[in-house]
Write a protein that binds this ligand. Structure first.
Ligand code: ZN
Length: 391
């Protein structure tokens, strides 16, 4: 962040100078225009014949000189701004690494199949963001064919989310009602929360909505056992409808952050229902990459300086563990304590009969004449008794 702040400071300097330059040049030009207009006015008023020619030529010469000086002054100030702009460029060069491709294996995007995966991931991301026309253009240009069945859920989600952001609950309610059982199976309270918000929007309309609010309260009936307390609060607020909810103990019901919250709940539950991840895989990969990149750049530099290039040979594995924070924990991984490598499908974790777990490669390496001595306890055993375990 310090780097961004540094570049921003330089940028602010340029913007400041630019604004100052604008004001100054306008002022000077206005001044010049005024004096030229004055001379013209005098000429028109007195006529050329009446004026003293030598005085006139002097005035004109002075005026031309002024114009020339101003233009020169403005040109040199303009050059100064160029200097400040180039300082921004230098600040960017100084604070950011221009070459980040060094930490990426050159062959990553080599095959057409991988290129296709990348394009598909970008297209999916664009659909998620509701940028449909951009996604269509990318499909055409990259030749990626997206199945309509993959597109449809995103289109619907976006339509509903768009309405929710405009505080229109109807499309979301229709969707939630038609998916009621599946949402309940997921233990989702989305439908109740939507009804609740609709009820609150009626409350904010004041006493005129009293009857409508009372009638709408019938929608809470299926949720009575699960959300009893919430429903009690909502019904209690009706007492204060005449005097205004915002002056009552129930004013928290009108908090505006509920709209952002309902958008998040809808996205989370709708994605779960459709079997989609809540966040776009591209955003997740990009954010993780941004966090890991500085560490990777450092490692690369150290490897090059110490000339120990053999350290980073595994294509699918980083040379050290990089902590991306709890948010990025998705599933358990197992690193073999013997080979210090993450286990994979081709080298899965194996449980020995003593209960210790090592990778299959380690097991094969440690096996000697059909016997294996556990590197931890150290119980001697038959390696064929080890069992593969799954996380
Ligand atoms: Zn053991």
């Amino acid at each position: 962040m310090e780097q961004c702040a540094c570049v921003e400071r330089e940028l602010e300097k340029v913007l400041h100078r630019f604004v100052m330059y604008g004001h100054q040049s306008e002022e000077r030009l206005d001044e010049l225009l005024r004096s030229v207009c004055e001379i013209r006015g005098q000429l028109v008023a007195f006529g050329v014949q009446d004026a003293d020619l030598s005085v006139l030529s002097q005035t004109m010469a002075q005026c031309c000189k002024n114009i020339k000086e101003t233009v020169q002054m403005l040109a040199s100030r303009h050059k100064d701004i160029h200097g400040s702009v180039s300082k921004v460029g230098k600040a960017i060069d100084r604070n950011f690494d221009a070459e980040i491709s060094a930490v990426v294996a050159e062959t990553v995007w080599e095959t057409p199949e991988r290129q296709k995966y990348l394009s598909e991931t970008i297209v999916e991301h664009l659909y998620r963001q509701g940028m449909l026309s951009v996604a269509e253009d990318l499909c055409q240009e990259s030749g990626v064919v997206i199945d309509m069945s993959m597109k449809q859920p995103f289109l619907e989600l976006n339509r509903i989310l768009e309405a929710l952001r405009m505080q229109d609950l109807r499309p979301a309610l229709e969707w939630a009602v038609s998916n009621r059982q599946r949402l309940l199976d997921l233990n989702s309270s989305l439908e109740f929360k939507l009804h609740r918000l609709y009820f609150i929007s009626l409350l904010s309309g004041g006493i005129n909505n009293q009857m409508e609010a009372l009638q709408y309260a019938r929608h809470f009936q299926p949720f009575a056992s699960q959300h009893q307390r919430d429903i009690q609060i909502l019904m209690g607020s009706l007492v204060y409808l005449r005097h205004g909810i915002d002056n009552s103990p129930y004013r928290t019901l009108l908090e505006t952050n509920q709209w952002a919250e309902i958008c998040n709940i809808f996205t989370r539950d709708a994605c779960a229902l459709l079997g989609l991840s809540v966040e776009s895989p591209l955003s997740v990969s990009f954010a993780s990459g941004c966090m890991a990149l500085p560490v990777l750049m450092n490692i690369k530099q150290v490897i090059e300086q110490r000339q120990c290039s053999g350290v980073w040979t595994h294509k699918d594995e980083l040379p050290i563990e990089i902590d991306l924070g709890k948010k990025c924990w998705y599933h358990s991984v197992f690193a073999c304590p013997i080979l210090r490598q993450q286990t994979s499908e081709s080298n899965p974790p194996m449980k020995l009969i003593c209960g210790h777990v090592i990778s299959r490669d380690a097991l094969n390496k440690l096996t000697n004449a059909g016997k294996l001595k556990c590197p931890y306890c150290p119980m001697e055993q038959n390696p064929s008794h080890a069992k593969q375990i799954y996380f």
